[in-house]
Design a protein around this ligand. Structure first.
Ligand code: FES
Ligand code: FE2
Length: 407
């Protein structure tokens, strides 16, 4: 737990201009400590798993939210639960693997044993514990939990808002992104550790997509119109249209890798999204993305001040036939992730930003689509201006005061 509060007086004020972000926000260790308290332990929900990732009783995955390690496990009663991943005796971390399958969970230190529902079942030497010792007092601790179509959320705050209130208007697009019914099957994971502050990662604007990513242009992945929405709780929605069936212009040996089948038989998209892509980013940084026939949940968490780890979990819909599953797998692994067309470029830019923060000017600027005083809640698909609204939510959450004069 944090023992001291940030010395606000020691920090420069937040710029008065709405479209500026001070560079110290990305590189100050005290700011990061405060984020762990005010953002990651704040009254909000973190998506941590979809039921499809834990199909059988005893299946588990480990996640970290802020700096709190959690264990998400399907109990022998079929129910998925989240626990603090720490022995209730002396706080030894229990599960170390990213994923696995287990019966009872045994702590190696003094061999306490917990079942898959988190109940303490056995503890050596119990006869010599204090007379009022009761095992039930030492069941694994649970964060607040909620679920939506199989997507499991946790909150480290004692009193988070109801999940659907917090999701607001994003609930419907999330439902569509989860195939309309949440009946998914897991295809696999890619893990990426970006060498940048977590906010550099989530600040990855919609402006850059066709500019940085040559593949977007060459393969005509993005075109037509589209829109971005920013919600009061800090969520971001980018709903893009693809003007026509993407083409490779003869660049690919096998253009079927970028074929789009979802339009003919929508499996994970509502009709309105059938010819496009969507990125639904929960505040503060986990997102659900659809591009062509790729569907992934991007669980993200800072590893420290200057690293963020993203676990891309790829899914198919339970009704997909074997051919569609194969298509989704090929497309997923060829477009996004370490060997894909896109993520490597983002990773390079994130690193270059992180390396250049101790420079003048002291702020970064959102310009495309920006007008002073304009409403940025609904904007065009390739504007960067709406990112300013994300930052306003961040600034208010953190309690930073804006500079009163011109900056
Ligand atoms: S710390 Fe787990 S049994 Fe003692
Ligand atoms: Fe990008």
């Amino acid at each position: 737990m944090k023992l001291r509060d940030l010395d606000f007086a020691a920090l420069p004020r937040w710029p008065a201009a709405f479209n500026q972000v001070p560079k110290w926000a990305f590189e100050d260790p005290d700011v990061f400590d405060l984020e762990l308290e005010r953002v990651f332990r704040g009254p909000l929900w973190h998506p941590v798993a979809h039921d499809a990732e834990l199909p059988k009783p005893g299946d588990y995955k480990t996640v970290t939210v802020g700096r709190t390690p959690l264990l998400v496990i399907r109990g022998d009663d079929g129910q998925v639960r989240a626990f603090h991943n720490a022995c209730t005796h002396r706080s030894t971390k229990l599960a170390m693997a990213f994923r696995g399958h287990t019966g009872d969970i045994e702590c190696p230190y003094h061999r306490w044993v917990f079942d898959t529902r988190g109940r303490l079942r056995a503890c050596p030497g119990e006869a010599e514990y204090p007379p009022d010792f009761k095992r039930a007092d030492y069941d694994l601790a649970q964060p607040r939990t909620a679920q939506y179509l199989g997507l499991q959320f946790v909150s480290l705050h004692p009193d988070p808002p109801p999940l659907l209130d917090w999701m607001g208007h994003m609930a419907e697009p999330v439902r569509d992104a989860l195939g309309g019914d949440g009946r998914l099957t897991l295809l696999g994971y890619q893990k990426v550790r970006y060498q940048s502050n977590w906010k550099v990662y989530i600040d990855n604007d919609a402006f850059h997509a066709p500019l940085l990513h040559a593949a977007f242009r060459m393969l005509r992945w993005q075109g037509g119109s589209g829109r971005q929405s920013r919600l009061p709780a800090g969520h971001m929605m980018i709903l893009s249209e693809v003007a026509s069936q993407p083409g490779d212009g003869g660049l690919l040996r096998d253009p079927s890798v970028i074929a789009y089948h979802g339009g003919a038989a929508p499996r994970n998209k509502a009709p309105a999204q059938a010819a496009g892509s969507s990125l639904l980013a929960f505040w503060p940084l986990t997102a659900i993305a659809n591009h062509l026939d790729i569907f992934n949940i991007r669980y993200a968490n800072p590893v420290g001040l200057d690293q963020v780890e993203v676990h891309y979990a790829y899914f198919a819909h339970a009704d997909d036939d074997a051919q569609m599953v194969r298509h989704r797998l090929r497309q997923s692994s060829n477009m996004i992730g370490p060997s894909g067309f896109v993520s490597l470029e983002d990773a390079t830019v994130f690193l270059r930003i992180q390396q250049a923060l101790d420079t003048e000017p002291g702020a970064t600027y959102f310009l495309k689509g920006y007008r002073d005083g304009a409403d940025l809640t609904e904007t065009k698909q390739n504007d960067e201006a709406p990112n300013a609204l994300w930052w306003e939510h961040y600034r208010a959450t953190m309690g930073f005061e804006r500079h009163s004069g011109a900056s």
